[in-house]
Design a protein around this ligand. Structure first.
Ligand code: FAD
Length: 465
């Protein structure tokens, strides 16, 4: 049987982009359906942002307990119930995805279960159903990129999804290939839980998109914690002997090769868009050579009533970018004057300390022709950081010398993501460094480091000699 259902809007994919779009469109009075072939919440809630943060927090508990010895509190060796740890993490995911389903119900968004595929520009097949709609939003996200010599079996060679299931016993030796956010977050999780961890990275710095000073300071701190990091290094392949993985690593500058032994290898070399099986050709939706769907500022594809948002349209592949684009697409479809016109999208590596930034790096600002001024504030001068016993890190603010406008901030600090938003607001409001300096910040807080970095641009920081 064929059910023909008509909606104002059909959203394909219920990840952070898709569910934000569906709910906003429903709030604005549209009749909305959202097709999802897996669990609502997408990568972010199920196998991305949320479960990684749960594991990071658990690992941080162990690090915190060891660290407390510095101030006279000694705990015993941690006892780990790995089944309980995995269960706790899965419980958080379940609560959040249940929350998305409840929001769909409350907003009268129809959840269609199944894989969606365009039959023509106005009809989508979802499972066995044909669904017609006036507008569509493609929010199908992304999946881990392959590294052919390391085929993922989710046991010994894992991608980010496999790495979320902490095995019992823990791998003794854990290798992460790729020092982006995902590789480094898992490196710290496994390190804190008790594995011996190395991260390798092809590029000459960790988190290649980050400001070089911030990335280098960050790498130094992670190394000090005991995580080995080999930069300018690639993994060529491995052989398995007696259950051990003998991995061939190569120094990309000298060509020198060596073999190291691991028990688990994480492949975290990037993500690719999920655009291949959607029937985009019959809908007239164009993708670029890497499979990303091209969109304009209103998030319209080459077929104007079909919109696309989130990871499937390109970098940065971040949940909050997907959410914002989802809201824009929904508002445009509902007839509002909305477009994706943001000054900056924050980026964060959620380790301890965090590496977080928003706006331009120093190199980007110089390349754009600004006369750049920078102001640093080291956490070692922050009273609050001292009370946390975590004084490694800094805030680096970047401004335009001619206008005093804030151009960006790069933070290596615990909880950096929570006080980075201030600089995001400054960027959106075209605030000056002076505006930040004139704002009273609560004492003692880590956020005062942003204030002092701003003051230091004008050589007026109180706590810098
Ligand atoms: P997705 O979340 O990928 O969702 C797409 C959905 O579409 C999926 O549910 C999929 O099942 C569904 N779908 C696909 N094709 C079809 C089809 N044909 N029919 C029906 N349904 C379909 N970002 C952050 O901002 N902060 C973080 O801390 C963070 N941590 C991360 C950690 C890890 C380990 C990973 C892997 C990613 C992390 N990300 C993080 C990135 C973040 O998860 C993504 O940017 C975000 O999920 C993208 O949202 P999306 O809506 O575009 O797509």
């Amino acid at each position: 049987t064929q059910n023909s259902v008509d909606y104002d809007l059909l959203v394909i994919g219920a990840g952070p982009g898709g569910y934000h779009a569906a709910i906003r469109a429903a709030q604005l009075g549209l009749k909305v359906a959202c097709a999802e072939m897996g669990n609502v919440g997408g990568v972010c809630l199920n196998v991305g942002c949320i479960p990684t943060k749960a594991l990071l927090h658990a690992g941080e508990g162990i690090r915190g307990a060891k660290h407390a010895e510095d101030f006279g509190l000694t705990f015993g060796e941690p006892k780990m119930d790995i089944a309980k740890l995995n269960g706790w993490k899965d419980g958080i995911v379940k609560r959040l995805t249940g929350g998305v389903s409840a929001l769909f119900k409350a907003n009268k968004v129809t959840h269609l279960v199944g894989e969606a595929r365009f039959l023509d520009a106005h009809t989508v097949q979802v499972g066995g159903q044909k669904v017609t709609a006036r507008s569509f939003i493609i929010a199908t996200g992304s999946e881990p990129a392959n590294l052919p010599p390391f085929p993922v079996d989710q046991q010994k060679i894992v991608d980010s999804t496999g790495a979320l299931m902490v095995p019992d016993p823990l791998p003794k030796r854990f290798l992460a290939i790729g020092a982006g956010a995902i590789g480094l977050e898992f490196a710290q999780v496994y390190h804190n839980l008790g594995s011996s961890v190395k991260v390798i990275e092809f590029a000459p710095q960790v988190v290649p998109a980050a400001d070089a000073d911030a990335a280098n300071t960050f790498a130094k701190i992670l190394r000090k914690q005991g995580i080995a990091i080999d930069l300018g290094t690639k993994a060529n392949g491995f052989t398995e002997r007696d259950g051990e993985l003998h991995v061939e690593l190569e120094d990309v500058t000298t060509g020198e090769k060596r073999v190291e032994v691991y028990d688990r290898v994480l492949v975290a070399v990037g993500r690719r868009p999920r655009s291949a099986n959607l029937g985009l050709e019959v809908a007239g939706v164009q993708v670029n050579e890497r499979g990303f769907i091209g969109v304009n500022k209103k998030m319209q594809t080459s077929t104007p009533h079909i919109y696309a948002i989130g990871d499937v349209v390109g970098n940065p592949m971040l949940a909050h970018k997907a959410m914002k684009e989802g809201l824009v697409a929904a508002e445009v479809i509902a007839g509002k004057k909305s477009e994706m016109d943001v000054v900056a999208i924050p980026a964060v590596v959620y380790t301890t300390p965090e590496l977080a930034w928003v706006g331009l790096t120093e190199a980007e600002a110089k390349a754009k022709g600004y006369t750049v001024k920078t102001g640093n504030f080291p956490l070692s001068a922050s009273g609050r950081a001292m009370t946390l016993g975590d004084t490694d890190g800094f805030v680096k603010m970047i401004s335009d010398a001619k206008t005093d406008l804030v151009l960006g901030a790069h933070i290596v600090a615990p909880h950096a993501s929570d006080f980075l938003s201030e600089v995001g607001l400054a960027l959106e409001m075209a605030a000056t460094v002076t505006d930040i300096s004139l704002t009273v910040h609560a004492h003692p807080t880590l956020s005062e480091s942003v204030l002092e970095a701003a003051e230091n641009i004008h050589k007026q920081a109180i706590h810098i000699m």
